[in-house]
Design a binder for this molecule. Structure first.
Ligand code: MV4
Length: 444
């Protein structure tokens, strides 16, 4: 097992990783930018190294400085958290070439799943269901027109280097196809220096359902059920839950087997997520695979009682999975809301500033993953996540009731937050009845 691990991240996920390290008896090294001198992850880690000025490019994204920090601190592994460098294959490669262990999948897995065309292709070869469309990049209008005639309108044009909803264009009418294709290619070239795009059938009101997997370096792979993440705004998830109300035991087993088959095909190890969309007829289609620990991992932890971050660390240290598929039991229901420093009444404008008063909710079935504290000044340079509030119950109704009373108890003063929005969502009859899709929030 590792002796000392550097956590290449900040905020709640840095804390989450440090908690796992402490429970495993591993020393932790925090990195921080000049804007994060007073951040909680710095004070709870055993050691800390300043890696540069506030802009992420100069600190949390600065690979040479992070490698130097790991060398200076005598770390033997690096955990990237989510965001920042977590899905950068060059980073994973450099980490390993410098003699550290990257706590995540292989650079090749990250690279392969980062190319959404290659990912779709390899998954379909593994028997994972995909949407009708192209498995090669579409460059000319003639190619685009041919495929659209085959699969029918509407279609969606996506960037090969995109993902998470970036660089997507919906085409409803044939006469729009040419312009949309050209725009999509240009935008992809500018955003990712990779103009390759692909086309697939567009699903109008999908539900976003993803499957968590864990795989070790010895070929053992398990799935931990699904999370439903349909409540989003502009591809930012706001609320996630497990299990999904539309996934029964049979479907779960089928989806899990599909996810495992996909992971097996690419020789995947570490924690990973296979993202599907579900159409209104209940069909599931693979969208992409996330090769990191995700923001919403706590809902899975709370219905399986498996610590995903500790497993991720153990896997990286060449240990075998100690959980068998038969031992994975989905019990109860968990819901997570992402409380952001944003004003939901003003188009979700960021609301940085000082937390002048803070009271965290508690009691049965409540977990708060957060790095804020009374008097903390939220720096403007990073994302606006203040806290993840997770509620667990014996069933969905109890989880909802606990979430409502925890939201009522939660007090954050000094900045605007999304707490009032979640109170509305948790009281909305469609949410309570589980009638949600990715357009729920627009309608609300
Ligand atoms: C789609 C789609 C409809 N049809 N693909 C957005 C995130 C990215 N991972 C996939 N996304 C979508 N892909 C086809 N063929 C609709 C979306 C989509 C979406 C998906 C999940 C959650 C929220 C969404 C919001 C808008 C669009």
């Amino acid at each position: 097992m590792f002796k000392r691990v550097l956590v290449a991240n900040r905020g709640e996920i840095a804390l989450r990783v440090i908690y796992a390290l402490k429970e495993l008896g591993i020393e932790s090294v925090a990195i921080y930018s000049e804007a994060d001198k007073h951040a909680l992850h710095v004070s709870i880690a055993d050691y800390s190294v300043c890696v540069g000025p506030p802009p992420p490019q100069e600190s949390y994204l600065n690979i040479p400085r992070i490698i130097s920090a790991a060398e200076v601190a005598g770390a033997d592994a690096i955990h990237p958290g989510y965001g920042f460098l977590a899905e950068n294959p060059e980073f994973a490669e450099i980490v390993e070439k410098a003699g550290f262990t990257f706590i995540g999948p292989s650079p090749d897995s990250i690279r392969l799943m980062g190319d959404k065309i290659a990912a779709k292709k390899v998954m379909s070869e593994a028997g994972v269901p995909i949407l009708p469309g192209t498995l090669e990049p579409v460059s000319t209008y003639a190619e685009a027109e041919k495929i659209v005639r085959e699969i029918g309108l509407p279609v969606i044009i996506k960037a090969a280097a995109g993902g998470g909803g970036r660089g997507m264009r919906v085409v409803e009418k044939m006469e729009d196809l040419k312009a949309q294709l050209e725009t999509a290619q240009k935008e992809a070239e500018i955003a990712f220096s990779d103009g390759r795009v692909y086309i697939e059938k567009y699903i109008k009101r999908p539900r976003h359902i993803e499957v968590q997997i864990l795989a070790d370096k010895f070929g053992n792979i398990i799935h931990l059920g699904e999370r439903e993440c349909s409540i989003q705004r502009r591809h930012q998830k706001l609320l996630e839950e497990s299990p999904s109300v539309v996934v029964d035991e049979n479907t779960r087993e089928k989806l899990g087997e599909i996810a495992i088959r996909g992971a097996q095909k690419i020789g995947y190890y570490s924690a990973g997520t296979m993202e599907f969309i579900r159409d209104e007829n209940g069909n599931f289609y693979f969208m992409e695979m996330n090769t990191r620990i995700q923001v919403e991992h706590p809902v899975t932890e709370w219905v399986t009682m498996i610590d995903l971050v500790k497993e991720q660390i153990r896997i990286a240290a060449n240990e075998k999975l100690d959980v068998k598929q038969e031992e994975v039991e989905i019990k109860g229901h968990a819901i997570e809301v992402r409380i952001n420093a944003e004003d939901p009444d003003n188009n979700f404008a960021p609301s940085p500033g000082k937390i002048t008063f803070l009271h965290l909710p508690g009691g049965p079935g409540i977990r708060v993953d957060s790095a804020i504290y009374h008097g903390y000044v939220i720096p403007p340079h990073y994302d606006s996540l203040l806290a993840k509030l997770i509620a667990r119950g014996r069933d969905r109704d109890e989880a909802i009731a606990r979430m409502r009373r925890a939201l009522d108890e939660f007090i954050i003063e000094g900045v605007k937050t999304t707490i009032p929005l979640f109170k509305k969502i948790l009281n909305h009859p469609d949410f309570v009845n589980g009638v949600i899709d990715t357009r729920f929030l627009e309608r609300l």
